[in-house]
Design a protein around this ligand. Structure first.
Ligand code: 5GP
Length: 190
């Protein structure tokens, strides 16, 4: 465990012996950004009893940190979409693989996402939620990769703009690996 908490680590073989992970955004930077986002969201939603919908699985750590900084009534739900196979590229075909637990008609919905990349996944979801009759739908994303965008997406609350690198950690995986890293890292193959 100590090794994982080292700074600037360039770790070999945590799960794959030919993979290295390098810190892109530290846990301290993440904590500062989540605090800022919580303040922005609190200002806009403190009297709206919002429904926060986290996109599984990559957003679960972000959601958990975020909601603990929100000091007003809210609810959470989860949705799981698939657009990626086991690799690093989106297939572009999005489908719901685990739906919401209840209806969202008339609710103020805030989607909590880990990464907006091409934008295909989140465009699909925002559309899907609007069609279900939400009173409002806004987007909070921890990271944004604008250089890869294929469809326009408005991000209402944004943590970080990131370069065109494949990132992992802080809940974000590569083929189910690396979710447990406390920092956001990029992976490279030797
Ligand atoms: P999009 O449809 O915008 O291309 O893809 C969004 C989803 O793709 C994200 O929610 C995430 O699951 C996945 N994704 C995009 N870029 C990355 C990345 O750099 N790392 C990981 N682990 N997943 C990514």
């Amino acid at each position: 465990m100590d090794k994982l908490r080292g700074r600037g680590y360039n770790q070999k073989a945590m799960a794959d012996k030919n993979t290295t992970c390098t810190v892109l955004i530290s846990r301290e930077q993440i904590a500062t950004a989540v605090g800022r986002l919580a303040e922005e969201i609190s200002r806009d939603y403190h009297d709206r009893h919002p429904l926060l919908i986290a996109v599984l699985k990559g957003s679960f750590v972000f959601l958990a940190d975020l909601v603990r900084l929100l000091d007003f009534p809210l609810e959470v739900d989860f949705i799981r979409l698939s657009s990626y196979g086991g690799g690093k590229e989106s297939s572009g075909r999005v489908k719901v693989v685990h739906d919401l637990g209840a209806g969202i008609e008339g609710r103020h919905v805030l989607v909590v996402e880990d990464i907006v990349d091409t934008g295909l996944t989140i465009s699909f979801l925002l559309d899907y939620l609007k069609k279900k009759g939400a009173a409002s739908v806004k987007l909070c994303s921890l990271t944004d990769k604008p250089s890869r965008r294929q469809v326009p997406v408005g991000i209402d609350y944004l943590g970080f703009t990131v370069p065109d690198r494949f990132i992992v950690g802080y809940g974000i995986d590569w083929d189910e690996k690396f979710r447990y890293l406390p920092d956001i890292c990029f992976v490279g193959e030797d």
